[in-house]
Design a binder for this molecule. Sequence first.
Ligand SMILES: [Zn+2]
Length: 240
Amino acid sequence: MAKVSHINIAGLDIELTSKPGLKNIYLRVKPPEGIISVSAPSGVSLELINEFISHNITSINQAREKLLSQPQESSSKQEYISGRKFYLWGKPYILDVRESQGKSYSVKFTGESIILTVPEISTHENCERALNELYRSELKRVLPDVIKTCSNRVGVQVNSFSVRNMKTCWGTCHIRKKHIVINLQLANKPPECLEYVVVHELVHLLEKNHTKRFHALVSKNFPDAICERRVKNLLAENQL
Ligand SMILES: [Zn+2]
């Protein structure tokens, strides 16, 4: 059974979890408070843990500083711990966090879970980035077909598209360049949300502003009114 205790090394409060069966010592700086959490095989001497902390002290301090200098978001901020639910195309997947041997972060999804492999010292920011990369590649995979279908429906063509992590909008349209930008966070919504945003951006090629005509054109090209209302609600959840 795992045993949790608190120890103080070099003035740092450390949450130590001793687990039988562990082969190595693992360390994580946990958001939001920057708690230093060490997992070690049962029976490992304090001396060895001391040495491990001293060896990693620079990285620990850097990770904590970075974490504590970030704006503190409310509890709505997702923590990257096993068991948490993450969504891909509107379907829930259970996050399975695993330790990697190197320094890299990787992510892949299976039938039911998203496996996030992280180094011994992981940061929230890097976990988020790894997951965003998964979302980005998913969008790049599906967007050419979605854009093609929607373009045919709306009767316009774009020259190019890009995928970006945006904080304030789901998509944008550069009318002159005929280029649309899609927010990668759409990969966690059901596919119809992406389709709706693509239609919205394409309609901008016909009507620059959000006029009555604009909304009428969107509804015409996204004909299912019930679905449109549902999509709007889903998109409003994130309050972009
Ligand atoms: Zn718009």
